[in-house]
Design a protein around this ligand. Structure first.
Ligand code: SF4
Length: 445
């Protein structure tokens, strides 16, 4: 990424403010910090646009595969460590399906894969793609299997076959979902590159070493193929994979080696379920953009979606809920009102306890910038005035026939002030969410 001054030199320097920044220099600094895109300046020259878009490409090229409605974004990474800034596009998970299985079995596997969903802190997540695997020689069957995957629900597709005729036969059925072409190590680079260029589809580049991969990506780039995925770990033994992937990502980000600046694909090769899980965890952590699993096994997928969820959140932004009223169990007008902060983990700690109590209730989340209860209280983000504001904005008064709220036991000190500023009676709840079922049974009137 160019510096602010390098960007500034290429801007019109008219300080016209059309970009909402007071000066071109301020805009340049914001662009260098990746807070704004060049497109926000309508007056930039074509020459400057060309220079800046080439140099502002992230060290790991970013593009999408899969259906336009639910694209699977790959790459776009700019840092080696999450604490340096943040990771951008979470590692996609794909499951292998054999193309020579009977079509009903291919459809059944696709249904099984697309139904395997988990909810993590309000987000639904699961497997993202199918890797349709063939050893070649049967274009008709491969095309039918590709059609079956393309018709399944919102899954991306990797066409994993060394047979170019199979790929050509499959493309009319699945080109609209932008499949990833994966021919393996021995492909004819010219033929596959031509197909990827003509169809504008992404292509996987494999090799026995990083040097070989870099040579191949250079050749393909010259042939006009922009969207590449690299597979540098194919031959790695247990324990070598992380070293290889780290070297690859380090060269791309820290050394500016654009030949290796592409999303990385990893195929699980370990022999036992325990080793496969360890290999998958290592790949998601460092630095796979796409991981191909053999099985759609919930015991393998669940830890991986949890891990990637944790890795790919922005460490500078708390995970937060939208402030407002959340109803649990169809509450009537007499149901309790539990007030807390809008930190997602607070909400997802309180909610299951209320559900476990089988006591319909309303949880009122205040706007506390996504902080937990004690942190928000200490920062004056969870106070009598923010609670009063939340009561007013949510209009919860209209939903209940009482004026009693429960506040977390950790901030019992707020009770008097809240009663004064809201006119509501305040019950001090338990210090931990786990105490709510008992509290609701014994203390709520
Ligand atoms: Fe400068 Fe462009 Fe912003 Fe105008 S719109 S102030 S020319 S950066």
């Amino acid at each position: 990424m160019p510096t602010g001054l390098e960007i500034y030199k290429l801007l019109p320097k008219t300080n016209c403010k059309k970009c909402s920044f007071p000066t071109c220099l301020a805009f340049a600094m914001a662009m260098a910090a990746q807070k704004v895109e060049l497109a926000a300046c309508p007056d930039v020259s074509d020459e400057a646009r060309q220079k800046l878009s080439a140099s502002s490409r992230p060290p790991v090229h970013s593009f999408a595969i899969g259906p336009a409605s639910t694209p699977l974004m790959l790459g776009g990474e700019t840092v080696l460590f999450r604490h340096d800034k943040r990771f951008i596009n979470a590692c996609g998970l794909a499951v292998s399906v054999a193309a020579d299985d009977p079509l009903d079995e291919v459809r059944r596997r696709c249904r099984e894969i697309s139904r395997l969903k988990f909810e993590r802190v309000g987000e639904t997540t699961g497997v993202d793609a199918v890797a349709l695997r063939s050893t070649g020689g049967n274009p008709g069957q491969f095309a039918l299997a590709a059609r079956a995957v393309a018709e399944s629900d919102a899954l991306a597709l990797i066409l994993q076959t060394p047979d170019l005729d199979e790929v050509r036969a499959a493309l009319p059925c699945c080109r609209h979902i932008r499949p990833l072409l994966h021919g393996g190590r021995g492909i004819d680079l010219k033929e596959w590159g031509n197909l990827a260029h003509e169809t504008a589809l992404p292509l996987v580049v494999s090799g026995a070493s990083l040097e070989e991969i870099a040579e191949k990506t250079t050749t393909l780039e010259r042939a006009g193929v922009r969207d590449l995925v690299i597979d540098p770990a194919g031959d790695c033994k247990d324990g070598e994979m992380v070293e290889m992937l780290t070297a690859c990502r380090r060269l791309a980000i820290a050394r500016g080696c654009s030949e290796l600046g592409y999303p990385i694909l990893v195929q699980l090769t370990a022999s036992t379920p325990e080793k496969r899980l360890a290999q998958a965890v290592a790949a998601v952590s460092k630095y796979a953009s796409l991981l191909v699993l053999d099985e759609c096994d919930p015991e393998l997928v669940f830890p991986l979606v949890t891990l990637r969820f944790n890795l790919y959140t922005d460490p500078q932004k708390p995970i937060m809920m939208t402030p407002g009223v959340y109803e649990i169990g169809n509450p009537g007008p007499e149901a309790p009102v539990l007030v807390t902060t809008n930190f997602a983990l607070t909400y997802y700690s309180v909610r299951p306890e209320v559900e476990a109590a089988r006591a319909p209730a309303r949880i009122l989340l205040t706007d506390s910038d996504g902080m937990s209860v004690l942190t928000a209280w200490a920062a004056d983000k969870f106070s009598a005035s923010t609670i009063a504001k939340a009561l007013k904005e949510s209009n919860v008064e209209a939903l209940v026939n009482h004026r009693t709220m429960v506040i977390p036991g950790l901030v019992s000190v707020l009770s008097g002030e809240v009663e004064e500023s809201t006119g509501w009676r305040v019950l001090v709840g338990p210090r931990e969410a786990s105490g709510l079922p008992r509290f609701l049974k014994q203390c709520w009137r």
